[in-house]
Design a protein around this ligand. Structure first.
Ligand code: CMP
Length: 155
């Protein structure tokens, strides 16, 4: 099982689409193991987007993610990182195909509803930026026995 960070960005909440996105995540079968709402600080935002520090859109990116509250989630599943990225859709909004969250609901690359980690190292770093260990909840999700074969769950 793999974990990834999902951020429902300020536009998802302000436009009333957060519930729709959470529903998609639940229906897919990703297990939500942590979730909270917060207004992201400048410090956490800059750490989160450190790889984009030199990009021309960096200030806009930080301004946007700190502008209004976000919903932060950690989700778990087999190939959770790739799955969450596929569900989100391409970063460049013109490439985000219908059926993806960005493809269905977003109009601009800078105002794109959702962030998901891009790989295992990034996921660990990003989860640790926003969540303490004790905020991640250990529990059994009964529906998993209808989502995975027993050969996977019995491991
Ligand atoms: P996100 O998945 O949160 O990760 C980095 C963010 O940078 C991305 O979503 C976009 O919001 C933003 N971004 C990436 N490329 C561009 C770009 N060319 N112009 C503006 N914003 C961008």
């Amino acid at each position: 099982m793999e974990r990834t960070l999902i951020i429902l960005k300020p536009d998802a909440i302000q436009r009333g689409i957060a519930g729709e996105i959470i529903t998609r995540i639940e229906r897919k079968g990703l297990k939500i193991v942590a979730m909270k709402m917060e207004t992201v600080s400048q410090e956490k935002a800059k750490y989160h987007y450190d790889e984009h520090r030199e990009k021309p859109f960096f200030q806009e990116l930080i301004g946007f993610i700190t502008r209004s509250p976000v919903i932060l989630m950690v989700v778990e599943g087999i190939d959770a990182i790739k799955t969450a990225r596929k569900m989100s859709g391409a970063t460049q909004i013109a490439d985000a195909i219908p059926g993806t969250i960005r493809g269905d609901y977003a109009m601009h690359t800078s105002v794109n509803l959702i962030h998901t980690s891009d790989g295992p190292a990034g996921a660990e770093r990003e989860i640790n930026n926003f969540f303490k260990k004790e905020e991640i909840v250990e529990y059994k999700l009964d529906s998993q026995k209808w989502l995975y074969p027993s050969s996977v769950l019995d491991k």
